[in-house]
Design a protein around this ligand. Sequence first.
Ligand SMILES: NC(=O)c1ccc[n+]([C@@H]2O[C@H](COP(=O)([O-])OP(=O)(O)OC[C@H]3O[C@@H](n4cnc5c(N)ncnc54)[C@H](OP(=O)(O)O)[C@@H]3O)[C@@H](O)[C@H]2O)c1
Length: 272
Amino acid sequence: MLKGKKIAILGGGTMGRAIAGGLVRSGKVKPAQIVATTRTRASAERFAAEFRIATGLDNAKAAKGADILLLCVKPKDVAKTLAELRKKGALKGKPLLISIAAGTSTKYLEGEAGSNVPVLRAMPNTPCLINRGMTVVAKGSKGTDAHVDVAREIFTPLGRFMELEEKHMDTVTGLSASGPAFMYVILEALADGGVMRGLPRGVATELVAQMTLGAASMVLETGRHPAALKDDVTTPAGCTIAGILALEDGRIRSVLARGVEITARVAGELGK
Ligand SMILES: NC(=O)c1ccc[n+]([C@@H]2O[C@H](COP(=O)([O-])OP(=O)(O)OC[C@H]3O[C@@H](n4cnc5c(N)ncnc54)[C@H](OP(=O)(O)O)[C@@H]3O)[C@@H](O)[C@H]2O)c1
């Protein structure tokens, strides 16, 4: 489905690079099919050198003739980027517009892109760069199942893919898009515990990262409830339950859950 399709990545920052890198690494798309834009020449040159992809500063030039536009600029830059494309006639061919901007609704995107441009809203995360990402997509009013299939083709090589109703997108942002940052904090804190007990930092970090990968894989691959998997580790009167009680004393569950809730709330404000 992506064979021969031209993909323009508008906004080659952290996420634009993660998507381009993941796509090229997967081999599903050839570098020659992708063009990317940035605001500054230095970023464009860095992007081009990293992935051997054509880059530039002219969004309209990149978008003209593209089949798929991946809008990867910050939410505050969405309106002016789409206005530039509209003014220069770069949306006349009605390319599929996939925006990854947090908190930016398909209704808003449709309004800014003008009539008849099919719009999808996507929420990927940074692990897309190493093909271990999680991407959720929601359809706009002109988005069809065929458009979602195109998004699936783009994002499945970058990790897991799911379609949800748009009402969930801010929550998805707070969970799987911001989530890697939460996990890095947790990972670092757990490693601190090992360092406190005398492990070198590098060793502690490797133990924690591999443990996290294994625990997450157990949830995904066994389909068992995390509570049941936790019970497998907690021997009665043992050391693990002692550690869990210490975490519960610190209200770890409500702290993490509230972190997701407030992130989702703030995400919903970003596109306004
Ligand atoms: N970071 C995440 O984990 C994450 C996850 C999911 C979704 N998102 C969403 O992804 C989007 C991008 O986030 P990010 O973290 O990748 O931001 P970022 O690293 O700041 O990247 C933004 C990029 O947009 C470029 N840019 C700015 N104005 C532009 C314009 N008018 N035309 C073309 N390019 C322009 C910037 O160029 P310069 O480098 O030259 O300044 C930069 O490369 C946001 O909307 C965010 O909500 C982010």
